[in-house]
Design a protein around this ligand. Sequence first.
Ligand code: HPA
Length: 236
Amino acid sequence: MATTHIGAAIGDIADVVLLPGDPLRAKYISENFLSNTVCYNTIRNMYGYTGTFKGKKISVQGTGMGVPSISIYATELIKDFGVRTLLRIGTCGSISSKVGLGQLFLAQGASTDNGVNRLLFKGMTYAPLSDFKLLSLASRKAAEKSYSFSVGNVLTSDSFYNEDESAFELWEKYGVHCIEMETSALYTIAARYNAAALSILSVSDHILTGEVVSPETRQTGLSELITLALEVASDY
Ligand code: HPA
């Protein structure tokens, strides 16, 4: 049964779904990495495709940017379409000298400046975590492939443009090395419905130095990101 945002039927979507923010990246992955691909969603141009990778049925669904948008897609995928494993693939900014441009970052947990969980947990602090089995599989595979990667806490922020750039110093002091806009919501929703989630991120910019990845490094980073996520999805 189609939902408000996903125009698919039960069975159209695989148990395991890759979640890029950009719907055109979902299209790109379906065209370049998956076989036997079918497009199951075009509502709001938030494309979703199902295909196979190494014989395993895998879907890839655009989520849009930010906590509200990914929350809609994660909730409907899990509750209405029975998805059990969700792998966000996206970019992040580094706020630490320990994490360099072009590296991969596996988000073990997510801190946030978003207010939804504070309301939900009545002012108390919930700690959104990745699925340990997905995290350990991804880190093992990244090491086997000799990808440069780190594992740690990300900041899921509601702001892409920040008035106060010094705000990141505090997070960095407490071991938060990267910033992005979706992971805390993904991990919270997955936990609520007993599903497994992991964010695999590629470091596209360095907030402290203002550096951004070159087009070549961006492409290499993205292909490492997609390859790693598909390998994890097909072996999980
Ligand atoms: N902020 C938030 N999200 C991001 C950034 C950033 O600087 N870079 C890539 N995703």
